[in-house]
Design a protein around this ligand. Structure first.
Ligand code: SF4
Length: 455
């Protein structure tokens, strides 16, 4: 009998990447083998996202292509999971009746059972509460030396532009002992860097009776032998407190980088977004982290053109960006997401105004990113090697502890830590040269990796 095969297409954030690793792990535990294209697969999974613009059009476009494939191969099984499935529920099979399985964000563990049920007709299961924490499921990691580790799922906030609470549910923290057991097992398997995942990592543990809190988790991870780097994403600024900054400063394993989503620099706009902090409080948090952690890199997310955003409010965002001096910013043009409070707000900003503001913000940030990167020229940074550079395979690419991309020449192994002198700066990357031997590493670079490593 030929071995069944699978192909997973993932949309959206790291949380979805992590869920896809779990789905891949379950399929492999059920005897499936990964392939590189839907054409070669017996099961094709779309792990969807509804945060980004036009997510549904992209999904249905892909499903249109799959319909033709299914006409040629009726035994092909098509699965739709993730946030859009959780939001649209039965609508997916109504619009695309050739879809065999629909499952939501809370019941990944049901995938093998639903596939078996689909032998007898379309299978559908959406539940509203997580049954098994995704990290308790088998996994097929995309990267030998890095792993995503889920510490909480769901979100108790109600930012008016965001659909996540509707599709990921109330916040649920995972037991600290389970997280530490998973990290120790990952390190035994060759992982040296983990990224902790949660919609709001700073509120980790509140539903566990207030303890352990996120800072305690960071300190505990510092005790795991063999673990070199811990990153996390994302902290909500309102919950980013002194004890976490102390842990970041004192626990050597925690990287000197914080992604602190701003969204807007205007108090009135932040109120409409229901972000629960002010410009002043945000700047105080930035000062707190810079005081405690020399050389820390700060990155952010910003939405431009939120409903009702005036020229003055946008000017507040620009001035805050200049004042903070972010290392990088992910800038988004606001567009309404059905089902969110902001989508129903009056006073949507005309697209051309949003675009103009967006261009001005991107130009400002590029200038600041370049200045921040130039300040590193001449310094020596520890770089974790990710693999050959995509633009120039003769060179290597890796990341500093501050999460800056560095291209440099060396023959170090993937997953090794190399001291690199920074020789050049650009807005989005650095150039460098190795100044010492790398340590660690999982293999020489000529071997292919399973998928994509973070970056
Ligand atoms: S904190 Fe706000 S933006 Fe982040 S997931 Fe929760 S509701 Fe969405």
């Amino acid at each position: 009998m030929t071995q069944p095969t699978y192909y997973i297409r993932t949309f959206g954030c790291q949380m979805n990447e992590h869920d896809s690793e779990r789905m891949a792990g379950m399929l492999e535990a059920s005897g499936y083998r990964a392939v590189d294209s839907p054409e070669d697969a017996s099961v094709v999974v779309f792990n969807t996202c509804c945060v980004r613009e036009n997510a549904d059009e992209r999904l249905y476009g892909n499903l249109g292509h799959m319909k033709r494939l299914k006409q040629q191969r009726p035994d092909l099984r098509i699965v739709v999971g993730g946030c859009l499935a959780q939001k649209d529920k039965r609508l997916i099979q109504q619009r695309a009746p050739h879809v065999d399985v629909v499952l939501g964000t809370h019941n990944l563990a049901s995938l093998p059972r639903l596939l078996a049920e689909a032998e007898h007709g379309p299978a559908f299961e959406i539940v509203e509460q997580t049954e098994v924490f995704p990290s308790a499921l088998p996994s097929r990691r995309a990267c030998p030396w890095h792993a995503w580790v889920s510490i909480s799922i769901g979100c108790n906030n109600s930012c008016t532009f965001c659909i996540v609470p509707a599709v990921r549910g109330r916040e649920q923290s995972r037991r600290m002992g389970d997280i530490l057991d998973e990290v120790r097992a990952l390190v035994d398997d060759g992982v040296i860097e983990v990224t902790l995942l949660g919609q709001n990592v700073n509120s980790y543990g509140r539903d566990l009776g207030g303890h352990p809190l996120f800072a305690e988790l960071l300190w505990a991870l510092d005790e795991v032998p063999g673990l070199a780097r811990v990153r996390f994403t994302s902290p909500h600024p309102k919950d980013f407190r002194a004890e976490v900054v102390e842990a970041m400063a004192g626990a050597g394993v925690v990287c000197e980088h914080i992604h602190l989503p701003l969204q807007s620099g205007s108090d009135s706009c932040l109120r409409r977004m229901k972000r629960a902090y002010t410009r002043r409080r945000y700047l105080d948090k930035v000062a707190m982290v810079r005081d405690a952690i020399p050389g820390v890199a700060i990155t952010t997310d910003i939405i431009v053109g939120f409903p009702g955003e005036t020229d003055e409010e946008f000017a507040d965002t620009m001035s805050l960006v200049a004042e903070v001096g972010y290392d990088a910013a992910y800038t988004f043009r606001y567009s309404p997401r059905p089902g969110t409070a902001a989508a129903a707000m009056d006073d949507q900003v005309p697209p051309e105004v949003t675009q103009e503001r967006f261009d001005a913000l991107v130009a400002l940030q590029e200038e600041i990113s370049l200045q921040r990167n130039r300040a590193l020229v001449g310094t020596v940074q520890e770089v974790l090697v990710e693999g050959p550079s995509r633009k120039d395979p003769a060179r290597l690419t890796g990341r500093t502890r501050t999460n800056k991309l560095v291209h440099f020449s060396d023959n170090a192994a993937e997953g090794s830590l190399v001291p690199v002198r920074i020789t050049g700066a650009h807005p989005h990357h650095l150039d460098g040269e190795a100044v010492g031997p790398g340590r660690g590493g999982t293999r020489r670079l000529s071997l292919p990796v399973l998928g994509s490593c973070p970056g």
